[in-house]
Design a protein around this ligand. Structure first.
Ligand SMILES: C[S@@+](CC[C@H](N)C(=O)[O-])C[C@H]1O[C@@H](n2cnc3c(N)ncnc32)[C@H](O)[C@@H]1O
Length: 370
């Protein structure tokens, strides 16, 4: 597994926040370098494109906080409602304009999240009881016997698979397609959803979209009454990359709790998203704030900036247990313009306990792999 505080370049977001992945590629151009370049002498700052695990001074933190407070006079409620009610339309417009040109494949995916391809990892990382192939032992037995995964519901896409990954807010598939390419486990099935039908159409029309291994569908994460095409208790991994931040903060907890029900015991939720005082937050001017740390971009898409504690509280409230919760601070440098940009991202892994806690036990799906 990657070292804690490993830095990751590149991120999702709207046009004002996109960054190049180039700075994470080593000088031999072959593989990404994470978390290895530290700025010890400030005079050297323009010697490289990026510095890892940058410490913030107290003054820097205080100045960021001041800037955020100064720029946050929330917009009137009619505007707020419009952004909420038409959220998927703004993202549809975004994908109509950018199609699949905007977001880049992320080479760090399997370094940071080896759960996306357990058998590719030397340590065979998983959060379930595993066999040597990295699969859940009970599922592997069922697969061998050709048995259905759930006696209750066998009629869903990927029902016979034994390793199931769902990406929520998949956009045009910058995570999904690398998973399908890299993880050759014949028992793998990948689901992906987004509430932008334009994005989902782009996934479905991608030549790499293969219905035998993948199922893309339109779904609003914040609509907790809407059904997923997958029974509860059947997923090994749920991935959220720069998507939770796009939801209204009051809808986040219920959305995470709903998703947690889809996980098998031992299954894991993986998240990477914007951290508090990231450069993108500090760039928002007056007139863009919706509520504390929540903003609307020029194109109508919204973004929230998290603290580690907020995410921890949300995942644990959903009955999940912490595996990882780290803040990734990186200093990116535009050497041409002599600009410094402080990025803050949060990366979390929370798993579903094998034995549910008494509070979450009632109403939980029958465990598939306990
Ligand atoms: C910043 S983009 C990230 C896309 C993708 N995860 C990536 O990293 O390339 C946020 C994505 O979340 C989707 N999204 C926002 N709110 C959503 C919701 N309530 N339900 C489902 N998807 C949502 C958007 O349509 C968009 O594709």
């Amino acid at each position: 597994m990657a070292a804690p505080h490993a830095a990751v370049a590149g991120e999702a977001g709207s046009g004002d926040t996109e960054l190049s992945l180039a700075s994470s590629i080593s000088e031999d151009g072959k593989r990404p370098q994470f978390g290895t370049r530290f700025l010890t002498d400030p005079r050297q700052v323009f010697q490289h494109n990026a510095w890892d695990n940058v410490e913030w001074t107290e003054e820097q933190e205080a100045s960021a906080k001041k800037k955020v407070l100064e720029n946050c006079q929330p917009l009137p409620s009619e505007k707020q409602e419009e952004y909420e009610n038409r959220a998927n339309e703004y993202w549809n417009d975004f994908y109509t304009i950018h199609e699949n040109r905007f977001f880049k494949d992320r080479h760090w995916l399997f370094t940071e999240f080896p759960e996306l391809c357990p058998q590719c990892s030397p340590n065979n990382v998983t959060h379930q009881k595993v066999s040597s192939t990295g699969r859940c032992v009970q599922d592997e037995e069922r697969a061998k016997q050709g048995a259905a995964v759930s006696p209750i519901n066998v009629n869903f896409p990927g029902a016979t698979a034994s390793y199931r990954i769902l990406e929520v807010g998949c956009g045009v598939g910058n995570t999904v397609f690398p998973i399908l390419k890299t993880n050759n486990d014949p028992e793998l099935f990948v689901y992906c959803c987004d509430f932008s039908s334009t994005a989902v159409d782009l996934v479905k029309t991608n030549p790499e979209y293969n219905l035998g291994r993948c199922f893309a569908f339109v779904h609003d994460l914040s609509d907790v009454e809407a059904n997923y095409p997958i029974p509860d208790g059947t997923l090994d991994v749920i991935v959220l990359i720069f998507v939770l931040s796009a939801l209204h903060p009051i809808k986040m907890q219920a959305s995470i709790s709903r998703l947690a029900r889809l996980l098998k015991p031992g299954g894991v939720m993986l998240l990477r998203d914007y951290g508090r005082y990231d450069m993108a937050q500090l760039r928002f001017k007056k007139g863009r704030c919706l509520s504390d740390n929540f903003y609307v971009r020029g194109d109508g898409t919204r973004v929230y900036f998290f603290t580690q504690e907020e995410l921890h509280s949300m995942f644990t409230e959903a009955g999940l247990e912490k595996v990882q919760n780290l803040v990734d601070r990186r200093l990116q440098v535009n050497r041409g313009k002599q600009l410094t940009m402080y990025r803050v991202w949060i990366q979390c892994k929370y798993h579903k306990p094998l034995v549910p806690s008494p509070e979450t036990r009632d109403g939980d799906a029958e465990p598939d792999c306990s």
